[in-house]
Design a protein around this ligand. Structure first.
Ligand code: SAM
Ligand code: SF4
Length: 354
C-alpha cells in the first residue's frame, strides 16, 4: 500500500469542488456529461484473444506505465471532476502486480459517496484468487468476458486460456456475492452456433449476457470481415426460438436490452457497427500510460502523464482533463465491409480496454 492514500481527498489550487454543490461536472461540446471513466491498468494479458491481440505482441516499457500511485491520483482527479463510475480494465487488470492496492485505495471514494460504482472487466483467469478481496473493496458487479463454453474453442479463441480456470473464477465470484455479467463477442463461424447455449447457461446461473459486435481495432493478423457478425442477424435468429421483449433498462453503457421470455433473463446487444450509440456517450478512457482517449473509435487523445508527473499539485492535471473534454469528438466512424478490412484504428482494444 506504499504511497497509496486510503483516506482523505485533497487537491491544491485546483477547481476540484465548486463549493457545497459538489464538483463542477465535465461536459463535452455536445452537452454530454462525462461521468464514467474506464481505466486500462495494464496493456499486458495472459490471453491472446484472436480478435483483440496478435500472437506476438510488443508490450510497453515499464517506465512508460503509470505506477499504481499515479493511477490512483489520475482516477481521483476524475472523481473530483464529477466522474461517478470507474471501471478497471486492461489488458487483463488482474495480472497487474499489486492491483488489489489500487482497488483498496479507490474504495475510499465509494465510502465518501463521491463514487457510485467501482467495477472491473476481466477475462476471469485470476478471479478464483481475487474474487473475495475484490468484493471486500466495495466492488458489487463485474463483467467477465467469455465467448464460448467449449474448451477447445475457448483455447482457439484465447490462444493461451483455459476454460476451466475461467469457470472456476466465475464460481468464486458468484460465491463471493459479486454480480457477474458475461460479455461475449459474436464471431462468425466460431461461436455463432452457441448463442442459445450461452444464453441458457448464463440465465440459468442468474447472470446477464451481453453480445458484442467485433470492432476494427488494431492489426491482429486476421481479416475482420471473416470475424464480423452483425448482431441484427443474431437477434433475428434468436427470435425464431425465443420471445424477445424490448426493455427500457439501461446499464449506463451502450447496450440495448431484451428480456428472453423463456429464460426470464436479460440479454444485451452492443452494436457499434449496426447501431451507432454515440449520442448518449458519457465516458472516456485512459490507458496505463496516462493517455486519455475521448472516443473509443477516434485517434484524438490527450497526454495526462506529463501534467501528472510535472507537478505534485493536481492543478495542471485537472486543467489538462478539462482541455481534453472540450474536444471530445461527436462519435466514431467504424466501417467493416469489403473495402474496409484494415483496422479503423491502429491501436488494439487491449490499449483502452473496450
Ligand atoms: N482482458 C479483459 C477482458 O477480456 O475482459 C479486459 C480487457 S478486454 C480488451 C475488454 C473487452 O473487449 C472484452 O470483453 C473483449 O472481448 C472485448 N474486445 C476485445 N477486442 C475486441 C474487438 N476487436 N471488438 C469487440 N470487442 C473486443
Ligand atoms: Fe486479453 Fe481481454 Fe484482449 Fe482477450 S480480450 S487478449 S483477455 S485483453
Amino acid at each position: 500500500m506504499d504511497g497509496l492514500h486510503t483516506e482523505g481527498f485533497e487537491f491544491d489550487g485546483a477547481p476540484a469542488f465548486a463549493g457545497a454543490a459538489g464538483p463542477a461536472p465535465l461536459v463535452d461540446p455536445f452537452g454530454r456529461a462525462i461521468t464514467y471513466l474506464r481505466v486500462s491498468v495494464t496493456d499486458r494479458c495472459d490471453f491472446r484473444c484472436v480478435y483483440c491481440m496478435a500472437e506476438n505482441m510488443t508490450f510497453l516499457p515499464k517506465a512508460d506505465i503509470l505506477t499504481l500511485e499515479e493511477l490512483d491520483r489520475l482516477c481521483s482527479a476524475f472523481v473530483a471532476r464529477g466522474v461517478r463510475k470507474l471501471r478497471l480494465t486492461g489488458g487483463e487488470p488482474l495480472v497487474r502486480r499489486g492491483i488489489m492496492t489500487l482497488f483498496a485505495s479507490l474504495s475510499r471514494h465509494l465510502r465518501s459517496g463521491r463514487l457510485d460504482e467501482l467495477t472491473l472487466t476481466t477475462n476471469g483467469s485470476q478471479l478464483a484468487k481475487y474474487a473475495e478481496e475484490i468484493k471486500a473493496h466495495g466492488v458489487k458487479r463485474i463483467n467477465v468476458s467469455l465467448d464460448t463454453l467449449n474448451p477447445e474453442k475457448f483455447r482457439a479463441i484465447t490462444r493461451w486460456g483455459s476454460l476451466d480456470k475461467v469457470l472456476d473464477g466465475i464460481d468464486a465470484a458468484q460465491a463471493a456475492g459479486l454480480h457477474v455479467k458475461i460479455n461475449a463477442v459474436a464471431l462468425k463461424g466460431v461461436n455463432d452456433d452457441e448463442f442459445f447455449h450461452l444464453i441458457e447457461w448464463a440465465h440459468g446461473r442468474g447472470m446477464e449476457l451481453t453480445l458484442i459486435e467485433v470492432m476494427p481495432l488494431g492489426e491482429i493478423g486476421a481479416g475482420r470481415l471473416e470475424q464480423y457478425l452483425p448482431l441484427s442477424m443474431v437477434r433475428a435468429r434468436l427470435a425464431e426460438r425465443y420471445r424477445l421483449e424490448d426493455l427500457d433498462y439501461r446499464s449506463g453503457g451502450p447496450a440495448r436490452y431484451v428480456r428472453v421470455a423463456e429464460t426470464g433473463g436479460r440479454l444485451g446487444f452492443i452494436t457499434p457497427m449496426t447501431h451507432n450509440f454515440c449520442e448518449s456517450c458519457n465516458r472516456v478512457r485512459v490507458t496505463c500510460t496516462g493517455t486519455l482517449y475521448m472516443c473509443l473509435g477516434q485517434e484524438d487523445a490527450a497526454d495526462l502523464r506529463k501534467p501528472l508527473r510535472a507537478s505534485e499539485s493536481d492543478a495542471p492535471l485537472l486543467a489538462a482533463i478539462d482541455e481534453a473534454i472540450s474536444r471530445k469528438p461527436k462519435g466514431h466512424d467504424f466501417i467493416i465491409d469489403r473495402r474496409h478490412q484494415r483496422p479503423a484504428l491502429a491501436r488494439h482494444m487491449s490499449v483502452t480496454g473496450g
